[in-house]
Every structure is written in C-alpha cells, then in structure tokens.
Design a protein around this ligand. Sequence first.
Ligand SMILES: N[C@@H](CCC(=O)NCCCC(=O)O)C(=O)O
Length: 254
Amino acid sequence: MQTSRPLVLVSSDERELHGFTWHAAINTYLKSLAGPAGVTPVIVPSLGDAVVNDTLLAAASGVLVTGSRTNVHPDLYDEEPTEAHEPYDPARDSTSLPLIREALNRDLPLLAICRGHQELNVAMGGTLETEIQEQENRRDHRGGSVDLPQHERFAHNHLVSPTPGGLLATILGEDDVQVNSAHRQAIDRLGDGLTVEATADDGTIEAIRVSDAKNFALGVQWHPEYWASLSEDADAPSTKIFKAFGDAARAYKD
Ligand SMILES: N[C@@H](CCC(=O)NCCCC(=O)O)C(=O)O
C-alpha cells in the first residue's frame, strides 16, 4: 500500500441523472489531485452544515473548490437575480462557501478553480458580474459551446499575466501564460483581504490569493485540472499549480 497521502476535500455539484439526484465532481479534478498533486481526493456531498464541520475539516490537509456550469446565486453578493445569472445550485452554494471560510480559518491549503475562484471572492465579501462577453472591449471567455468536446473547449484560449512577486509568479514565473477559458462570469468587486495574482488583457481578474493566508490559498479563473489530468507533460503551468498545491497539503499534514 502506498505511504499515507494527504486527504484533500473536493466540492461537489448537485446534479440530476437517471431520475436521481447526485452529488458529483468532474473526473479531471480528481485525477489531477491523485496524479500530479499526489494527494487523496475526497468528494464532499453538498449537504451544507451536515458535512462542513470539525470532524471533516480535522481530517483534511487541503480543499479544492471546483468549477461548474452553475453560478453562485446573486443574493449571496447582494445583486438582483436575473435570467442572466442562472443556472443555480443552492446546495453547492450552501456547502462550498462555508467550506472555503472554514478552510481559511484553519489555514488549510486551498485551490479554487473557476466557479471556485468566484466563490472565494464572494466568501470574502466580493461581487461577480455576469455575461461578461456582452461588454464592450471584453473577450468571450466562454471557450466555445458547452457541447464542444473537452479537448476543444479546454484548449488554450488566451494569455494571463502573473502579478510580479506574487504566489502564482513564484510557481509559474513572471512571463505571460497561455490558459483555457470556460466562463460567463468574473470577479467584479474584489473581496476583502484578496490580492490579484493574474489578469487577462481585457482586465478580467484571472487569479487571486488570500493576502494573509499562512498557506497556499489561490483562486484561478481557468482550468489547470483539464491539462494536469491528461499527463504531467501536457501543460507545464497546470502541472506546477497542482504540484505546488500537493506540496502545501503534504506540508500541512506533516
Ligand atoms: N459558471 C461560472 C463558472 C464557470 C466554470 O466553472 N466553468 C466550468 C465549466 C464546466 C462545465 O461546463 O460543466 C461562469 O460561467 O462564470
């Protein structure tokens, strides 16, 4: 049996499939954790306070908050709900936001991806904007139709510029990095205690860090898990992010 590997909690979506309600996480996040990060992923059902408690958090050495096609409900950042903010997953919201806060309270390493990046911002008091592709001088960050095959939808889409001297720049270097993109929403007002770690050329905040976090606490708007799940050689920046997160989880466990 392999030596003990840190447990990393993974957020789940509430989804309907075959006439049942499931709590599910996409395989690419799980494979990236079990592979390049070298940790043991544990999917957390979106059951709110029934799961986000001391017992669960005490067993963990990190938290990964995944992407999702659904959006954070605008009531949670005092915005008026409209059709442009849909679809929602209230079960996810009621679990991932407290999970983020409790992870930060315990200095657990945190990696927040896409919707997770947006949830981190909301958890810290920030706001989101929706259908950003409809704004003038704004890229279309959707990455094409949701029906496209993954290798097309999560292909490299645009450059991001890491903030010099930041955590991301420490992991990846300060040169611009090609990333994929699959989102209609983005950070509008930055939450309290967050530092911008990367931007796109249209001003979209593409990465954030919890400024006073004792450990790794990074949000990224793109999807490094797509590449990291394929192989360690598929995309060096993606692998580096997951390896850095895994190192932080091992350090926390030790
Ligand atoms: N819904 C939010 C976050 C986008 C996101 O997490 N995308 C992942 C796509 C996964 C899928 O298509 O199932 C937004 O649109 O900004």
